[in-house]
Design a protein around this ligand. Structure first.
Ligand SMILES: Nc1nc2c(ncn2[C@@H]2O[C@H](COP(=O)(O)OP(=O)(O)OP(=O)(O)O)[C@@H](O)[C@H]2O)c(=O)[nH]1
Length: 589
């Protein structure tokens, strides 16, 4: 087993691009360190393994294997893998839409270590896949968080900038008398001499006289600040003027003392206060900086809602999302929400009201907001009431807003990839089996309304590929899909199951009607050959038809009956439709 810190190297062998996308996304979202290499069938996978072996590169830690693939299916791949030098030990887990016992038994006999059914329900599939991958990736304990090294105890370094020797002596006496702990007093008579006195260690505190030979007044605070950064500064002033002292604070000093009233205890108190205040300011600045970085990193906008004044203040990121400039927006809940898409308004108001009435600890909803330049922006709003009045009415709420357009687009892409066949855009096997299962459940309840199922397989498709090339073969598959769609009703479900194999579910259709549809598909196909260079290529299809019965336990049962009818159509000369009614006939067939 591997530790979590190492990367799990997975080889996915599956002809559906959507599955590769899905597996990668599931692992990425669960923050698994895994690399997923993808091969479309067994032959490509064996080639990839041989290339790695010949280059003495590491072989995959795990192979996820589809069963139903063109050229070499999953079972054949398992057999070939067992024979492949050095590859027999790679664990293989089957990922298949088939839950047929026969497939499971064959896979297990072929050496597969596990079998995972591709669920139509993505959440189920995702948790099953993660559980499986976890088996192969031991979750190592995270190393304990490194503690910052304890700061060694050291003297407090105090810089006194004062040209009067007597004052300096006074300060030194006061410190010796009242400062608890060790200290080092460094003195400079001028501002210009500070750097030379300090060397390369900054002081922990500065005592600054404002009447220096080379600097005087408030300006010296600014110059000192430039020399010592955020170090706290206590101003010593001979000017017995409180207003002036306050100006010194405004100019950036942390505290002040009048020289004429210098008392040891006051000096030490002011120094301690200045250090504490400066530390507090530093922590606050750091925390604001961290907060700003986090908000910027997560691309979150902020809003602050003064509910009684009906004003919402937003930051620049919030404003930019909607094409606004930052600042106070004079809007209330209605004002904000008049920008919301009417379809999203109900859920947004429910979330807000429930929190405002104190029924939920905060609120969170997604909604589309109108952009100033037109169009809609998908956003996530989340927040919390910070202040309520005595009756529990909300006074102020604060929260974030995030542009979630990209993840909405991803979600839609993912859904499309997970449910459709990339080449023909028909539904894929997963969706088909799911719909078929629903239809069987309906039939079990309302037996009167019949439904039919068709399996379709293009005739001698290999010859078409061999004669005209794979790309032309792909065109032929798309051409057939278009004709198939045009022959069906809106409620029918056509799907590409893989390769040149298709299926159609025809709800509310009896055997006779289904056979008529099958004939129509063949006729349309015959009437519309595909142009290739200076010839036209006729494409033909064989079709197996069956009806769904309440006795069918699983989709696979009626699919295998339709398959048997298809096989019979191939046996009887192709380009025809055959019907098998029930299991008795199926067994005879
Ligand atoms: N172009 C293209 N060919 C594919 C695709 N998937 C499967 N095939 C090819 O389809 C062919 C199917 O061949 P066979 O299973 O022997 O069937 P067939 O030649 O149609 O013969 P019958 O079904 O018996 O009439 C193989 O050559 C596959 O490589 C695809 O997505 N595109």
């Amino acid at each position: 087993m591997k530790a979590a810190s190492t990367n799990l190297d997975i080889l996915l062998v599956d002809d559906e691009q959507a599955d590769a996308f899905l597996v990668r996304k599931i692992l990425r979202d669960a923050q698994f360190a895994a690399t997923v290499a993808h091969c479309s069938d067994g032959i490509e996978a064996l080639d990839a393994l041989r290339r790695r072996r010949n280059a003495s590169a590491a072989l995959p830690d795990l192979i996820l294997l589809d069963l139903n693939m063109p050229r070499m299916d999953g079972h054949e791949f398992l057999a070939a893998l067992a024979r492949e030098e050095g590859c027999g030990q790679i664990p293989v887990v089957v990922l298949s839409t088939s839950s047929a016992e026969l497939d499971m038994d064959r896979a297990s006999a072929g050496g597969a270590r596990g079998y995972l059914t591709k669920q139509a329900d993505l959440r189920l599939f995702s948790s099953a896949l993660l559980a499986l991958v976890r088996q192969y990736l031991q979750q190592a304990e995270l190393p304990p968080r490194a503690r910052p090294p304890a700061t060694p105890p050291r003297n407090t370094r105090i810089l006194l900038v004062d040209d009067e020797a007597a004052d300096a002596e006074l300060v030194a006496i006061a410190l010796r008398k009242a400062w608890q702990g060790e200290f080092e007093l460094v003195r400079s008579e001028t501002l210009g001499g500070v750097s030379a006195q300090l060397g390369d260690r900054l002081p922990d505190l500065v005592l600054l006289d404002l009447g220096l030979p080379d600097a005087s007044g408030l300006h010296s605070i600014e110059r000192m600040r430039a020399l010592v950064g955020r170090t706290p500064i206590v101003v010593l002033t001979g000017n017995d003027d409180s207003d002036f002292a306050l100006e010194a604070l405004a100019a950036g000093a942390q505290d002040y003392l009048f020289k004429s009233r210098l008392v040891a205890a006051d000096l030490v108190r002011a120094m301690r206060h200045a250090i504490a205040r400066s530390q507090l300011e530093e922590r606050l600045a750091e925390s604001e900086e961290r907060m700003a970085l986090a908000l910027a990193g997560a691309e979150l906008g902020m809003w602050d809602w003064d509910i009684t004044r009906r004003q919402i203040t937003v930051d620049t990121r919030w404003a930019a999302m909607l094409g606004e400039s930052a600042g106070v927006l004079a809007v209330d809940a209605q004002g904000w929400l008049t920008r919301a898409h009417p379809e999203d308004l109900g859920a947004a108001l429910n979330a807000l009201n429930s929190h405002f009435r104190g029924l939920s600890p905060g609120f969170r909803f997604t909604h589309r907001l109108r952009h100033l330049g037109g169009g809609w922006v998908w956003t996530l709003a989340a927040g919390k009431v910070l202040q309520r009045d005595g009756c529990g009415r909300p006074l102020r709420a604060v929260g974030i807003m995030q542009d979630i357009g990209e993840s909405k687009r991803m979600e839609a892409d993912l859904l499309r990839l997970a449910t459709t066949d990339a080449l023909t855009t028909l539904s894929n096997r997963r969706v088909f089996v799911q719909r078929l299962a629903h239809e069987l459940a309906r039939i079990r309840r309302h037996w009167q309304a019949p439904s039919a199922l068709m399996m379709l397989d293009l005739d001698h498709f290999k010859r078409i590929n061999d004669r005209w090339g794979h790309q032309f073969g792909d065109r032929a598959l798309c051409h057939f899909s278009t004709i198939l769609r045009s022959c069906l009703r809106e409620c029918d479900l056509p799907a590409r199951l893989g390769g040149e194999e298709f299926a159609v579910l025809l709800p509310g259709t009896d055997a006779q009607a289904a056979m008529t549809v099958a004939r129509r598909i063949r006729e349309q196909l015959a009437q519309q050959p595909l142009a290739a260079e200076d010839e036209t290529v006729g494409i033909r299809v064989s079709i197996g038809v069956t009806t769904l019965t309440a006795a069918d336990p699983q989709p696979e049962a009626c699919m295998s009956r339709a398959d048997a009818a298809l096989y019979r159509a191939k046996q009887h000369g192709r380009n025809r439709e055959e019907f098998i009614e029930d299991d008795r006939e199926h067994k005879l067939a």
